[in-house]
Design a protein around this ligand. Structure first.
Ligand SMILES: *Cc1c(COP(=O)(O)O)cnc(C)c1O
Ligand SMILES: [Zn+2]
Length: 465
């Protein structure tokens, strides 16, 4: 292969390669996942991360403004003039002392929240979408599709509506998608297919439909998505003045993010941009804990590129036999069959990773803490903070280590969960949260009911403040 960038099967025993302009979501030879691979020797990327500081003074250039494409040299699979960007990745690494205290970390600046809710569609998905969309555009796609728990569809719909380069077809499970996300897909004008089933069903159908109709698939099985998501780690390093933190903690759903982070660090190390790698913690919700079950309980490992497929297959068979469906308030990670499992195993291996699961109770309590001491987030994002707290309690993360939690989505994505947590209406609490085993709202900030009378209002303010 003489191309500077190409696609390659992640299984070392196969390693089949495909040209960059081929549209595939799996290896034709063995069915494995695909990587985008670069010939770094010939591409000659920068050898110092501080090189990228030069882009800060070029913000009039859309490629330097974008928080994804200002790291273009680390994902050069398309020509610069082909890149489709809507200004994604202008995100913030926020030091959050109050949340650090909750998590159990000691000292200033030990807990940092990478707030991906600042993206144009309100979640980290835009990092991947700009890359997949760029690839789709370069190969001349006219329609793009995804199955989604909500944020991928919101992102795809937005790229389509802003650029008018493609038509969006989105598949969602019925009754599962949060209002914030559904409202985006509808508002941005996507063709929205509501499947009578859950995310795992929608994922299976969208693969079939896109292959039958030749529609470009932008789910995170798409290797180009992950190229964009690598840059979340570049921005974390940027926010730390290019210092590598001790831990990256991320919620795990389809495992695209964790996989992309592992690839980012592997490549940066190979190029010589970093000399050490942070540890990776991937956090499942208890109600959709496939990775935790397989990695921590059944010891499934990357194993030099030969993970024992029978371990995962056996588990999926058990799920089917017991008709067990994913179920968590954190709808963005309500996924039982993570498509990027093998890549995530590779990332866990490279980053000496751990996997944990946290309950909906722990997720919502952590979310309330992020709201009160950070910029707020949707339920799935708070799994990272709940997971960090658990790992500190277990002595896996030391209290003086520097920890970055990825807040994957915006606070306004799922108002139903937030309002139900803070509500004074017990029926509403029970309906939305009690049914999921959530017993308390320990950090609820309840609205104070007052009569429509000045004196009473004044009295109440004095009482409560
Ligand atoms: C998609 C999503 C996740 C899950 O990320 P994966 O890469 O699929 O593991 C977590 N949180 C939010 C808000 C998401 O939209
Ligand atoms: Zn292969």
């Amino acid at each position: 292969m003489t191309d500077l960038a190409y696609q390659r099967c992640i299984r070392p025993s196969c390693a089949a390669t495909y040209a960059i302009d081929e549209v595939r979501v799996a290896c034709q030879a063995c069915g494995g996942l695909l990587d985008v691979v670069y010939d770094w020797d010939r591409l000659n990327p920068p050898r110092e991360l501080s090189y990228f500081e030069g882009k800060w003074s070029q913000r009039y250039d859309p490629l330097a403004l974008s928080g994804v494409w200002r790291f273009y040299e680390l994902l050069p699979f398309a020509k610069r003039e082909q890149v489709v960007t809507i200004g994604e990745g202008q995100t913030l690494l926020q030091s959050a002392p109050a949340v650090a205290k909750y998590v159990g970390l000691k000292g200033a600046g030990k807990l940092l929240l990478e707030y991906e809710g600042m993206n144009p569609s309100g979640s980290f998905k835009d990092n991947g979408m700009t890359a997949a969309f760029t690839h789709a555009h370069t190969i001349g796609a006219k329609r793009a599709a995804c199955a989604s728990t909500g944020n991928t569809s919101a992102s795809l719909a937005l790229y389509c509506s802003v650029t008018h380069l493609m038509k969006a077809v989105i598949f969602i499970g019925s009754g599962k998608i949060s209002y914030g996300k559904l409202s985006q897909a509808l508002d941005y004008g996507a063709l929205t297919m509501q499947i009578a089933g859950d995310f795992d069903d929608a994922m299976a159908r969208v693969r079939e439909v896109s292959s039958r109709l030749g529609i470009y698939l932008v789910n995170s099985v798409n290797p180009f998505r992950l190229e964009g998501q690598k840059t979340i780690m570049c921005r974390v390093l940027e926010g730390l003045r290019w210092e590598v933190p001790d831990w990256i903690v991320v919620p795990g759903g389809n495992l695209g993010n964790s996989s992309a982070f592992g690839k980012a660090f592997a490549e940066m190390k190979e190029i010589g941009l970093i000399d050490r790698v942070p540890r990776l913690a991937v956090i499942n919700a208890t109600g959709s804990n496939t990775l935790h079950e397989l990695y921590e309980k059944r010891s499934l490992r990357w194993n030099g590129g030969e993970p024992d497929q029978s371990v995962a297959d056996g588990y999926y068979q058990e799920l089917d036999e017991h008709a067990r469906r994913a179920s968590t308030i954190a709808s963005a990670i309500e996924i039982n069959r993570p498509v990027n499992l093998d890549k995530c195993l590779r990332a866990l291996e490279f980053c000496d990773g751990v996997v944990r699961e946290v309950s909906d109770q722990e997720i919502l309590d952590a979310k309330a803490q992020v709201g009160a001491g950070g910029m707020g987030c949707e339920p799935a994002s708070a799994a990272s903070v709940a997971g960090a707290k658990l790992l500190v309690e277990q002595g896996v993360i030391q209290p003086d280590e520097r920890v970055v939690c990825i807040l994957t989505g915006h606070q306004l994505k799922d108002p139903t969960a937030t309002v139900a947590y803070h509500t004074t209406d017990q029926d509403q609490f029970n309906k939305v949260l009690g049914s999921r085993g959530v017993k308390r709202a320990s950090y609820a900030n309840r609205a104070v009911a007052v009569p429509n009378e000045l004196d009473e209002i004044v009295k109440a303010i004095q009482l409560y403040s």
